[in-house]
Design a protein around this ligand. Structure first.
Ligand code: G3I
Length: 379
């Protein structure tokens, strides 16, 4: 009997030791970052400027590598930068950008192949349809070939619609007609059939524009040409667009059988000229508090409003994470945002997750907490 007790005691000790050893080998919990917390939902991305692509600022570089799982070049892959003259391509920063994405094992997004803005003058001045087609095909095929298998998705066409859903009278439409849309996607997929090809635009929660985008993408798909996704830029405000229209757009775009990406997310906390009663756009906003109220920082009340707005929007993204491939912020920190200069120059806006001192804002904490709470509830 004594031997049996000794045997059982030894077994118990062994189980305890093995249990403790296994516990210590459990993978350590990952650091709490946007990238890690949202890893099982969708890519979390950011737009990068040249200083960030160069990793000039080590603190900024740390944030980019740690917090984001996708990157977009804010300007360096646009026509005027990458293809400034017919026989001149400038790949310095696009090459650095792609290499940076590979260094941090990120989803690399190419922005943008066909856009009427920041368009090289040599393309803008083409009047002949055949010449325009040759120029666009060369532009697209040269760039997409260079990054084949490395750039994971492209904004093939950017902002081809008017607010009422009709086609914007860009130089492409004027010179080539509607065919430029399908041809741009066709040329891109001929070079890199594995890359995801997106149509990208702003105000995509606007009902009329939504119908226009659905028509545009459906027309291309009906020709048997690959479209993989629709990009909703997401340049939104504290109170508009409505959560209902945002959700309706995500659902209706996805119903086409394409992915939905939120491609340029930022939330302006400043009034727009038309928000002001009797606002006279030509008024000298430099002297008007009303147009530029937070030059010395955002009051707590607005921090809370911004955090709540991002949380409400991310609740919709998470509800439809099966449809959403990526959510990209249009910048890392408030100081770099284009919204400091649009629609009114020289303002101090606070639209992003990190402030001018590169500190995470309440909005950052809120969307992290939202996902952690949902994970806890589902486990
Ligand atoms: O590179 C030149 C520099 O050499 C020159 O000294 C300087 C003087 O103004 O201009 C620099 O170019 C500026 C460029 O950003 C790079 O900083 C352009 O003037 C300026 O117009 C350009 O603004 C960009 C804007 O697109 C152009 O339309 C913004 O940074 C960029 O955030 C914004 O992003 C667009 C998306 O691509 C498409 N969706 C809308 C979004 C906001 O407009």
């Amino acid at each position: 009997m004594k031997i049996k007790k000794q045997f059982l005691f030894i077994i118990a000790i062994l189980v305890l030791v093995i249990g403790c050893k296994q516990a210590s080998e459990v993978t350590p919990t990952k650091p709490v970052t946007l990238r890690n917390v949202y890893e099982d939902a969708f890519y979390i991305g950011t737009a990068l400027n040249t200083f960030q692509i160069d990793e000039t600022d080590s603190i900024m570089a740390g944030i980019v590598g740690r917090e984001f799982s996708s990157i977009t070049a804010e300007n360096e892959m646009k026509s005027i930068q990458i293809h400034p003259a017919r026989d001149t391509f400038n790949f310095e920063y696009p090459d650095k950008f792609v290499a940076l994405g590979e260094k941090y094992n990120m989803f690399i997004h190419g922005h943008t192949l066909v856009w009427h803005s920041q368009l090289s003058p040599w393309i803008r001045n083409i009047k002949d349809s055949t010449e325009m087609a040759e120029a666009l095909e060369s532009h697209i095929k040269t760039i997409v070939s260079r990054y084949k298998g490395r750039v994971n998705s492209w904004d093939v066409v950017n902002e081809a619609l008017n607010e009422d859903g009709s086609l914007r009278k860009s130089v492409f439409l004027e010179v080539m007609g509607e065919d430029y849309l399908a041809l741009a996607f066709k040329w891109t997929s001929e070079i890199d059939p594995k890359a995801d090809l997106y149509y990208n635009d702003y105000n995509m929660a606007n009902p009329e524009k939504r119908q226009g985008a659905i028509r545009l993408v459906k027309n291309i798909m009906d020709k048997g040409i690959k479209v993989d996704g629709i990009g909703m830029q997401g340049h939104w405000h504290l109170n508009t667009p409505s959560l209902e229209e945002i959700e309706k757009s995500i659902v209706e775009y996805a119903a086409l059988g394409v992915k939905v990406a939120i491609t340029e997310l930022d939330i302006s906390v400043l009034p727009n000229p038309e928000d002001l009663v009797g606002a006279e756009i030509t008024q000298n906003f430099q002297n008007s508090e009303a147009m530029n109220p937070y030059t010395k920082g955002m009051p707590d009340s607005i921090q809370v409003k911004l955090a709540n707005r991002y949380t409400d929007i991310f609740k919709i993204f998470l509800k439809h994470k099966d449809k959403i491939s990526r959510v990209t912020f249009w910048g890392v920190n408030d100081g770099q945002s284009w919204l400091n200069g649009f629609p009114v120059r020289g303002r101090t806006n606070h639209p992003l997750l990190f402030d001018r001192e590169l500190k995470p804002k309440s909005a950052y904490d809120s969307i992290i907490a939202l996902k952690q709470k949902q994970d806890k509830q589902s486990n």
